[in-house]
Design a protein. Structure first.
Length: 732
């Protein structure tokens, strides 16, 4: 008796199809009939099935008339040039209408038929773009199930996500009220072994209409082991059939969720009673699933972009700090907190020869030394990652709970230089849909008895306690470690010729920018001068009692002067390098009042009030200071403008060696759940989308304040928002 592992079961060549389908296989070159399902004579009223072998459909014009005359059959050679592309048509066979589909696999063309079914309960929306307005994972998959329910509507519908180890988890569910919930449950890898996952990647829609129905054998005189990977009616393996019976269902339907050519998960549907889904409805379900997958991929990419921008900003700050030191070890020690936090670790150890510095939650120095020695002797890769280090080596190395997971980056093995990030043990409880332990059973396949892993008979929740593991290091964490590695390489191992070439290119670009800025400033300066002169002439020609008009013209002249000054500031900023930013003691009162007056005219309403209190001097760059107050004050006035009595208060106070400005408004406030995204570029709060803006201003403020050695923070509730700007105090 042979023993077959789950992943060895040849599920792509079962030798039979399901009872709802009919199959004919013809040679791709000669178009002669090579194999067919045993029920083909029933569908086409053929006397003896043997007369079909090695004949063409065109040899039986009366029997196959509607097939031969169909568009896809007359274009057979053209439509089957590429393998595994399926084309559909509808034909009448007798007095019934059937779906007719074709595809080529290897040297055979598969002709499949199934009866057209009318779904009276089908209700679909034409708003296909609904998925793209959702940026929440749970909401997106729930919306997909709600949409599919209007087409499929099985008793239980789930979104099943594959884990890295091949196991899976139900992350969304729609079910009948009388059914037990499987939401949040895990399933072992053996439930969907790797050859099944490979088939789900190839054939993205699979239906098993009735697990209790008899199968239909495929007849052939010359071909064995016919590959039915892309056949819509492919029969299920006896193991999978028993699995469905054990789970109490008679029908199942699944659609693969594919991201970047990778099987991310499945929409899997189960029905207690046998139920077939029409081919058109299955195709429709596939389209909706693809739309949801694309939407998920889109907002994941957007989040990833924002994360990488955030990491790059932190790395830029780290790079500046690194270059302040002559020795790498000093750079690492001086920035140990930031380096620990980048991959979201609990602790960090910096090792260089006999020197060791730790940060956060770490083992003792003695234990770290044991880990270092183990790593030097047992690893070869540049970066070693483990989330089960405590489970695997805890007893051998005497590890505490703080070393359950580690990442080791070898800076230089020969110098015993490395970074070790630590994560503490995570008390994890996994809820399985039944005991995941494998049981061996005996099954008969093609007349041969085989031992194979038996499908589970119980799906009652089984809780497994996991010890010796940390939280999983995700792709972002690993990318952060790679970023630290690249930073170390960039700042420690400079190539003189490369740096010189880059500096020459940068110098050339800067010269071009200077020339461009000068040209723009000069060309725009001329019309501004003309505007000012004409305004002054108009002012001189006004009669003495036209006070209102004079005030307006004076305002125009003043704004022209402001614009000219701003252009000059932009020109100066474009010429300045990072190290040449001029930090000086600056008076803020005039700048704040001008910006406030313009903000009221541009963003406020007739009742908008701006209260300006103490405005102490700050240490800053003139142009950048203007940009900071411009963004913050404009936002305060804009987002409070819809209130009955809009009010903004601006006040600066001295606090030790810093000056703190608080700009407060009674506007729309910032929702608590969105505060973590506040300074991310292109981010806009949901409640701010009715106001004009692009979500860049606060990101600019955040970067400027960091650059001039200050900080920006905020406090917010339903009554409004206060932005807190912290500047360095001017030198006395």
């Amino acid at each position: 008796m042979n023993f077959v592992e789950c992943h060895e079961e040849p599920i792509h060549i079962p030798g039979y199809i399901q009872s709802f389908g009919y199959l004919i296989g013809i040679n791709a070159e000669s178009h002669s009939i090579t194999f067919f399902s045993r029920n083909i004579p029933d569908l086409f009223k053929i006397g003896s099935s043997d007369e079909l072998f090695d004949r063409k459909l065109t040899d039986f014009p009366e029997i196959f008339q509607t097939i031969i005359a169909s568009d896809i059959y007359t274009s057979l050679n053209k439509l089957t040039r590429r393998e595994n592309e399926t084309y559909f048509d509808k034909v009448f066979i007798g007095d019934k209408e059937y779906h007719f589909s074709i595809h080529r696999s290897g040297e055979y063309i598969f002709l499949e038929f199934e009866e057209v079914l009318i779904n009276p309960d089908k209700r679909i929306s034409n708003k296909y773009d609904n998925f793209y307005g959702i940026d929440n994972t749970e909401e997106l998959w729930n919306h997909l199930l709600e949409t599919l329910a209007k087409v499929v509507n099985y008793d239980r519908m789930m979104v099943y996500k594959f884990m890295m180890d091949g196991s899976g988890k139900v992350i969304a569910e729609k079910k009948g009220d009388d059914m037990e919930s499987f939401l949040g449950l895990h399933y072992p890898e053996s439930d969907i072994p790797k050859q099944a996952r490979a088939l789900y990647l190839k054939k993205r829609k699979r239906i098993f209409s009735n697990v209790y129905a008899d199968t239909v054998p495929i007849l052939s005189k010359t071909v064995e082991n016919i590959d039915l990977s892309f056949s819509a009616s492919r029969g299920m393996s006896p193991i999978h059939g028993q699995y469905l019976k054990n789970s109490g269902v008679s029908s199942s339907f699944s659609v693969s969720i594919i991201l970047d050519d990778h099987l991310w998960g499945l929409v899997t549907c189960q029905n207690v009673e046998p139920r077939h889904i029409d081919l058109e409805d299955r195709v429709q379900a596939g389209i909706f699933t693809a739309l949801a997958a694309n939407a998920y991929s889109s907002f994941k990419s957007k989040n990833e972009l924002n994360y990488r921008l955030e990491v790059n900003e932190k790395l830029a700050e780290l790079k500046t700090d690194f270059l302040k030191h002559n020795h790498l070890f000093d750079s690492l020690v001086d920035n140990k907190t930031e380096i620990k936090n980048l991959p979201e670790a609990d602790g960090l150890a910096i090792i260089s020869d006999e020197h060791m510095v730790t940060e956060g939650l770490t083992p003792t120095s003695e234990v770290i030394s044991h880990i270092v020695q183990w790593a030097l002797e047992n690893t070869e890769e540049k970066i070693y990652v483990s989330r089960d280090f405590l489970k695997s080596y805890g007893q051998e190395l005497g590890l505490p709970e703080s070393a359950a997971g580690i990442i080791i980056y070898f800076i230089a093995r020969d110098k015993n230089e490395m970074l070790i990030w630590f994560r503490k043990e995570f008390d994890e409880h996994i809820k399985w849909a039944g005991n995941p332990e494998k049981n061996i059973g005996v099954f008969s396949q093609n007349g041969e008895e085989k031992q194979i892993v038996s499908p589970r008979t119980s799906f009652h929740i089984f809780t497994e306690n996991i010890k010796g593991y940390s939280k999983r290091w995700n792709s972002r964490n690993i990318s952060a470690v790679h970023a630290v590695r690249d930073l170390i390489l960039e700042t420690s191992h400079k190539n003189y010729n490369t740096i010189k070439r880059l500096n020459d290119e940068l110098k050339k670009v800067n010269e071009e920018l200077d020339s461009f800025s000068y040209t723009i400033s000069h060309d725009l300066g001329t019309p501004l001068t003309v505007m000012k002169l004409n305004a002054q002439m108009l002012l001189g020609n006004l009669a003495g009692d036209a006070d209102k008009s004079k005030n307006k013209i004076n305002t125009i002249i003043e704004e022209i002067d402001n614009m000219a000054e701003m252009m000059q500031d932009v020109l100066q900023l474009s010429r300045a390098k990072h190290s040449e930013i001029q930090l000086e003691s600056l008076k803020t009162n005039g700048t704040i009042r001008k910006i406030s007056e313009n903000a009221k005219m541009t963003y406020g309403n007739s009742k908008s009030e701006i209260v300006i209190k103490e405005c102490p001097d700050v240490l800053a760059d003139k142009t950048m200071l203007h940009q900071v107050f411009l963004n913050i004050i404009n936002n305060a006035v804009k987002y409070s403008s819809h209130k009955d009595l809009p009010k903004v208060e601006i006040e600066g106070t001295a606090d030790g060696q810093t000056i703190v400005y608080r700009i407060s408004d009674n506007g729309i406030g910032i929702p608590e759940e969105e505060k973590h995204k506040m300074f991310k570029i292109f981010n806009r709060m949901d409640n701010a989308k009715k106001f004009k803006g692009n979500g860049v201003g606060l990101s600019i403020v955040h970067r400027i304040m960091k650059r001039i050695g200050g900080n920006v923070d905020y406090e917010s509730n339903k009554e409004g928002t206060s932005f807190i700007l912290t500047f360095k105090k001017p030198y006395i």
